[in-house]
Design a protein around this ligand. Structure first.
Ligand SMILES: Cc1ncc(C[n+]2csc(CCOP(=O)(O)OP(=O)(O)O)c2C)c(N)n1
Ligand SMILES: [Mg+2]
Length: 325
């Protein structure tokens, strides 16, 4: 389905916004203001492209990279939320918002969430719904037994599913070329009896197109599909973990920028001009700056109240909180 001009502009807003929020959150982690983030810088076009291709009642199982972008693109999860949730001041994108688009969260063991999404698709079919379930996971997770079993089951039952492999070429420090002898992930789909396609994960419109086709196929009862979205992440696995890539390689990666690719495509189509794109960026920057100030203030207040209460808890008080009567 072709997107209207209004939807294309909304897509650009979602992509530029997700990028700016992710950039800010990544920086705050580098500065030590926040801790524990797995940066999704570079992944934004995947979450946004998929987010625009699904319905609110379709269930999307996020990954540890693309959850925020998906939540923001699907609607109801603002950039303010994205920043404030990192300070513990707003709900996380990992949880189901009341009345919000349907999500399925992840667990700490990579890949083990994929069979859960197959269960969601089975349950929806059992209940006679026409919904589709989308499951995100990485190239590392794709080599796990649970993921193979999940895709095999989805193929054999022709379940209404779309599997999205975010292939960044690494699982922490393990390059894909050492983890598998296969040339790509999309061709594995044949072994599960489903179509597979490789797409440039920096190109939101291309991701949107292949996902729309896969979702339509699943909704029509023609079974699951596998989408391999190839990307280069801009950051290492997580803050504090060494990156095996050279600075030159990283600088080169940043030139293939999903936000810039969509901006140029929309300008070329006459949907946006430089001034309109700049105005969108200015609104995004303003929203993020305000959220950042609110988050930092809340963090400072918390630090003050901790200093104001230096008395350690007595063992009796701790026991009273620990054991039920
Ligand atoms: C079963 C399991 N093994 C190892 C880990 C540690 N771990 C966390 S993320 C990760 C890498 C996952 O790589 P990939 O699936 O490619 O996703 P990426 O982080 O590259 O987006 C690993 C090994 C884990 N959480 N769970
Ligand atoms: Mg990976």
């Amino acid at each position: 389905m072709a997107l209207s001009e209004e939807q294309l502009i909304a897509m650009y807003r979602a992509l530029a916004g997700s990028r700016a929020a992710e950039q800010e959150i990544t920086e705050l982690n580098k500065q030590g203001v926040l801790q524990g983030h797995h940066s999704g810088l570079g992944h934004e076009a995947i979450g946004v492209g998929v987010g625009f291709a699904v319905r609110p009642d379709d269930c999307v199982q996020m990954s540890h990279r693309s959850g925020m972008m998906l939540a923001h693109a699907r609607g109801g999860y603002s950039l303010t939320n994205a920043v404030l949730s990192q300070f513990g001041q707003a709900p996380s994108h990992y949880t189901q918002a009341e009345g919000g688009p349907r999500v399925c969260s992840i667990v700490g063991l990579v890949g083990t969430w994929v069979p859960m999404s197959v269960g969601v698709a089975m349950a929806d079919r059992f209940r006679g719904k026409d919904t589709v379930t989308v499951s995100f996971f990485g190239d590392g997770a794709a080599n796990e037994g649970a993921v193979h079993e999940a895709m095999n089951l989805a193929g054999s039952r022709r379940l209404p599913m779309v599997f999205v492999v975010e292939n960044n070429g690494f699982a922490v420090s393990m390059p894909t070329s050492e983890a598998t002898a296969a040339e790509d992930f999309a061709s594995r789909a044949a072994g599960y009896g489903m179509p597979g396609v490789t797409v440039d994960g920096h190109d939101a419109l291309a991701v949107y197109e292949v996902t729309t086709e896969a979702v339509a196929r699943a909704r029509a009862g023609r079974g699951p599909s596998l989408i391999e979205a190839v990307i280069t992440r801009w950051e290492p696995h997580a803050h504090g973990i060494a990156d095996l890539r050279s600075a030159e390689e990283m600088a080169q990666a940043r030139t293939h920028d999903g936000a810039q690719i969509l901006r140029s495509a929309l300008i070329e189509r006459g949907v946006l001009d430089e001034a309109a794109a700049d105005a969108i960026q200015a609104e995004i920057d303003q929203e993020i700056a305000a959220a950042l100030e609110q988050g930092r203030n809340a963090q400072a207040k918390q630090a003050e109240s901790k200093q104001a209460d230096p008395e350690p808890m007595t063992p009796a008080a701790a026991a009273a909180l620990t054991y039920a009567e």
